[in-house]
Write a protein that binds this ligand. Structure first.
Ligand code: XIL
Length: 404
């Protein structure tokens, strides 16, 4: 996979040449290019390589050679009729995803129907975590994540695996056991190889380590793994995941992409730790990452040849002021701003929210708030579209089809 990352870099460089020869930009990471609002920067509808003449409200759009999978053949912009989020996201060559709540999936038909219809990527909210998959030493339980993976496959959705190494969701046998450092390294390796191996070829990307870094790029010392193994746990984890599925994309999932953080990832990669990308959680309740800084952060990852995924976006409103309508408009603007930042960069390939309906959000229990005071997602509890959902659709459509 590290080889894949290098191939990728090569592709990006070729793209740079291609783009600059097309539009006169000096480099693919030219800031003006990055700030552009469109996937095909520098190309207006009527000067693009593959743009056909406008006919009956539809026109072909430019197909860039990008990290984002462009598929084959020219795309046709849809008329402004109801589209699903996933069909619009496909125009922009990104996956759009939601975390899935297993209880809701099993009990709520409408939840399952909208999840399968609107999203092209799925992340299991909790059942792939350590405590759930290995409840006793060497005893694995995959029944819940197997059901989720089967659902995703039957709806032609990609799966992001979440998460292999985290300081939370650890089983008591692990935390309370008496282990030497070597034993813990072996337990970690076995766990990762078993879980990633179980889903080999089916989970396209893994959040290998979760919330491991401070914003300056140093490692958090409050993690069980850091305290018991030390900094080496990061490379142990990535190597084990890579061995178990060399084709899976491997991510560091965290809160930010500050210069110090990206420098730390650079160092790991220079030591051949197979990191393909960085997931940005973006739970906006704690504003660890400001939406206004997001484009620069994704650009910093782009310059490193790293994929960026938005992995856990939700936008709480309870701390805002104003009427409910004001709050929902402000929320929609943040969703659109995050999507816009993702669409500006070739390396941002997956935009995932931590759920999609305000009927089920982890924030209710985590923050101790209730609906409607809090409502961080894009559909109402009765599955009506909120302003945020419309804003996402508009942003996706206008990026792909700027003439409409
Ligand atoms: C949360 C889940 O949503 C909850 O259902 C679970 O009880 C606790 O974990 N950052 C992460 C996610 O990386 O794994 C967390 O998910 C939310 C914060």
């Amino acid at each position: 996979m590290y080889l894949r990352a290098r191939l990728f870099l090569l592709m990006l460089m070729l793209l740079g040449w291609f783009q600059s020869s097309r539009s006169g930009n000096d480099s693919w990471s030219d800031p003006a290019h990055s700030q552009s609002n469109q996937i095909n920067p520098g190309l207006s509808g009527n000067e693009s390589l593959t743009t056909a003449s406008l006919s009956s409200g539809q026109y072909e759009i430019f197909l860039p050679l990008i990290f984002k999978d462009p598929g084959t053949g020219p795309r046709v912009c849809p008329p402004l009729v109801p589209q699903t989020l996933r069909s619009l996201a496909q125009l922009d060559h990104i996956l759009i995803g939601s975390a899935v709540n297993i209880r809701a999936l099993r009990s709520d038909d409408q939840y399952a129907q909208i999840l399968g219809q609107e999203f092209s990527s799925l992340t299991d909210e909790s059942t792939m975590k350590f405590a759930a998959t290995e409840p006793a030493l060497d005893q694995y339980n995959f029944s819940a994540p197997d059901a989720i993976v089967a659902f995703a496959e039957s709806h032609d959705m990609q799966i992001r695996g979440h998460t292999l190494v985290w300081g939370y969701a650890l089983p008591s046998w692990l935390i309370n056991g008496t282990w030497t450092r070597e034993e813990l390294i072996a337990i970690l390796q076995d766990h990762i190889k078993t879980v990633v191996g179980h889903y080999k070829g089916r989970v396209y990307a893994w959040d290998v380590v979760n919330e491991a870094f401070n914003s300056d790029g140093s490692l958090r010392t409050d993690s069980f793994w850091m305290q018991r193994i030390g900094p080496q746990y990061i490379s142990v984890a990535f190597q084990a995941a890579h061995e178990a599925d060399p084709d899976a994309l491997l991510f560091v999932n965290d809160f930010y992409a500050t210069p110090g953080f990206v420098a730390a990832i650079h160092t790991y990669r220079s030591l051949d730790v197979p990191i393909d990308g960085v997931g940005l959680q973006l739970h906006m309740y704690n504003l660890q990452q400001k939406p206004t800084e997001l484009s620069a952060d994704i650009g910093r990852l782009e310059a490193e040849g790293l994929q960026a995924n938005i992995t856990e976006l939700d936008v709480p409103i309870s701390r805002d002021t104003g009427t409910m309508e004001d709050k929902l408009v402000a929320q929609a603007k943040i969703y659109a701003m995050v999507m816009d930042a993702c669409l500006q960069h070739y390396n941002c390939t997956n935009f995932t929210m931590w759920g999609f309906t305000d009927k089920y959000s982890w924030l209710y229990s985590y923050l101790g708030v209730t609906y409607p005071t809090e409502q961080p997602l894009i559909f109402t509890p009765d599955y009506m579209e909120k302003p945020a959902e419309a804003a996402l659709k508009n942003t996706l459509l206008s990026a792909a089809c700027p003439k409409q």
